[in-house]
Structure formats: C-alpha cells, structure tokens
Ligand binder design. Structure first.
Ligand SMILES: *Cc1c(COP(=O)(O)O)cnc(C)c1O
Length: 393
C-alpha cells in the first residue's frame, strides 16, 4: 500500500480471463457492462481488459459514462441506455455512441439532436418483455416502432438494435422462456413494420452461461466479468477481480462486559483484543452486518462486532496477537481464506453487485495484472449448442 489506509486492488488479468470465459460460452458477440465505474472496479481499465479478453462492445447507463470511455480513447462500439429529455444526445451522436430508446418522446429528442449534428444516430429500441422496468410495453411497441421507422426513412437515425432485459435469468428458466418468446414477438412485429436491425440482444451474465437461446447477436455481461458467479450454486470458473485490503490502526485489550461502538449493540463476553480497521459504511462496509461479517487478519477469519460506523469498524481478534499495521483483507477471490463479495452479499442480505458498487470513492483503486490467471474457455454445461446469431467481427 502506498501510504493509504485501504485500497482496492483490481486484477485486470482476472477480468480479461472472465470475459474470455463468457466469450467461450456463446457464439454471439460480448458486450462488457462497465456502468457504475465498472461495478466499482474502474470503468476505463476494466474496459481495456475486457476488450483484451474478447469483448467487442461496452455497455453503460449514462451519457457521462459513455463519453468518459471515448475521452479515454476507446473507439469500440458503446451502448448507453438510461436517458431523459435532458440527455445530450448531440454529444452522444458526435461521439458515435449508440443509444437505447424506449419512448417516442426520447426518439424525437434523438432525431432532433441528429439533425443538429448531421450524424445518423444509432438507436437500439428497448422492449419490456416482462421485467416491468425499462422498455416499451407491448401496447406501446407499435407506436415506438412506427416513429423509429419514420425517422429512419428521413435518414436521421438508424435502428441498429432491438433489445430487452431478463428479470429471472439467475433463478427461473420459465421466466426466461416467457421473456424470450415475448422478445421474439416484438422483433417479428418490428421486422414486419420495416425495421432491419443488425443486433438483437437479451442475455445478461446468468443467461450467458445458462440460456443460449437468449444470446441472439450479443450478450451483455456485467457481474460475470468481475468474477462473481452469476447463478447461485453453480460455478463457471470465474475469478473475482477485486481485493479490498486495509490494516489494523488500533489494537486494544478490553475486559469482559465492554460495550463496543454506537449503542453498544455488542458487549464482550470475555476479555478480548479489539482491532480497529479504517473502513466503514461510507466505504461500502454494510452497516447492519455486525455479528455475521468477517475479515481475514493474521491468517484467520475474525468477526466484525458492534455497529459499523461511517469510517471505521471493530474486529474481535480474541486472544490473537494483533498489532497496529497488521494487514487485513476484507474481501477478495478467497485464495487465502478471505471472504468474497458473495459472502458479504449473504451477510448483508443483498447481491454481490451492491457490495462491489458500494465500495466508496475514498478507497483508491489500484490496477494490476498478475498474469497468473489462465483462461480455459471450456464452460461446464454451456457447450456445445447451435449458433443463435450473427457474430460481429
Ligand atoms: C446491468 C445490466 C446488465 C448486466 O447484468 P449482469 O447481471 O451484471 O450481467 C445487462 N443489461 C442491462 C440492461 C443492465 O442494466
């Protein structure tokens, strides 16, 4: 560590290897989703590693995220998918960023921006196939398609993609089947109405490994690229890329009956050594995990006790010989017995995505490429299967 009290070390070779595994599980092209600063790992370095691993697309939510990739010199196809009336569609068109549109009003805004810049906007129309989140409803789809076709005829935009998002790929194959059928219907309608999209896409990480019939031309994988197994109870050989490290900044012996941290929710049952670590809920340690969560200190898993505070929390080191400066691993790939993001998600009753994206900006990210990860692209249960779509070069 470079004088920092904590750091998140991101293994870019692991990310490249994970993307290679995703690519090995599909005949479609791979989009690596680098939204939310690459799920907390650093969007630009992650993007470069993902491209090295075989991704040909990058996915983000916002215009700012897309433009950040362009500013870093990344020229590959980028799709951005959450927009509002105030989105700077002109900047996105000028930067050749593809945009998702799910409502006619926003299609008007995209068309107006394209007219202003003299560029043909590349649009992916989103249909809601059952998640009830983003996307046009089945009732709204004909109108969205009609407007898109009109603007396409005028030459201001091109419908490059049709897409949707799965709600239950990690849990219910029935939900996936129903959504895939609804998607196929929406695609057929759009084709009948004159659209000729180059790309159909539906799958997320879980579907990339388990549901080849959802792959079409492109899979959009986020969490798997970061090395978190996307389907509970199954392993596809992914390697967690991020290790969150810190150190003990105070160690003290206390007697039995000592109340620890705010509200004294924990009272020591015996004399023990308390080790203080300088990470709290502002750094992504969930506040309510005391009594369940553990860290790796001195080669052992030791519990966090008492309320996690904004900036610090207390570890019960028992009778271990703990000193100021001793290294602590909060989460990582698990090689040395440290907890994983998936362990933390269980303790905090959330998903690993929230754990990883919750690591605060106060924790510096350091990127390294250990090169120890060898990607074996054979994937259990996912190959072989028929080709489901055109692969982009
Ligand atoms: C975040 C996101 C993804 C990636 O999902 P994972 O489950 O992390 O692979 C894909 N598509 C959309 C629309 C998303 O918002």
């Amino acid at each position: 560590m470079t004088g920092e009290l904590a750091e998140a070390v991101v293994d870019l070779a692991a990310i490249a290897g994970n993307v290679e595994r995703i690519a090995g599980a599909t005949s479609a092209a791979v989009m690596t989703v680098v939204k939310a600063d690459g799920f907390g790992h650093g969007a630009v370095p992650v993007a470069r590693a993902a491209l090295a691993g075989g991704a040909t697309w990058l996915g983000v939510t916002s215009a700012a995220e897309a433009l950040q990739l362009r500013s870093a010199g990344l020229t590959v196809p980028v799709l951005s998918w959450l927009h509002g009336p105030g989105t700077d569609f002109a900047a996105l068109a000028a930067a050749e960023v593809d945009v998702s549109v799910a409502a006619p009003e926003l299609l008007d805004a995209v068309a107006a921006a394209a007219r202003g810049t003299g560029r043909t906007a590349q649009v992916h129309l989103k249909i809601d196939t059952g998640m009830s989140r983003h996307g046009a409803t089945a009732e709204g789809w004909p109108e969205l398609v009609a407007w898109a076709r009109k603007y396409e005829r005028e030459g201001v935009l091109a419908v490059r993609g049709l897409w949707s998002h799965l709600a239950t790929a990690d849990s219910s194959p029935y939900g996936v089947t129903a959504q895939t059928a609804a998607f196929a219907e929406a695609v057929a309608y759009a084709r009948d109405a004159g659209l000729d999209p180059e790309l159909l896409h539906l799958a997320n990480s879980a579907a990339a490994f388990t549901a080849p019939h959802t792959h079409f031309d492109l899979v959009r994988a986020g969490i798997a690229a970061y090395g978190v197994e996307p389907v509970p109870g199954r392993a596809f050989g992914l390697r967690p890329a991020l290790t969150l490290r810190t150190q003990v900044i105070m160690a003290k012996r206390v007697p039995a009956g000592t109340g620890v941290s705010y509200q004294h929710t924990h009272v020591t049952a015996r004399p023990t050594t308390l080790a203080l670590i300088p990470l709290g809920f502002a750094d992504g340690i969930p506040r309510g995990v005391d009594g369940r969560a553990q860290v790796l200190l001195g080669g052992r898993r030791l519990p966090i006790i008492g309320r996690v505070a904004m900036d610090q929390c207390v570890v019960d080191a028992g009778d271990s010989d703990v000193r100021i400066g001793d290294p602590v691993t909060v989460l990582g790939p698990g090689d040395a017995g440290e907890p994983t993001a998936t362990d933390w998600a269980t303790w905090a009753d959330t998903n690993p995505h929230e754990i990883l994206t919750g690591i605060g900006t106060r924790v510096p990210r350091r990127h390294e490429s250990k090169g120890t990860f060898t990607a074996d692209v054979r994937v259990e249960g996912a190959l072989p299967f028929p080709h489901h779509g055109r692969k982009r070069p």
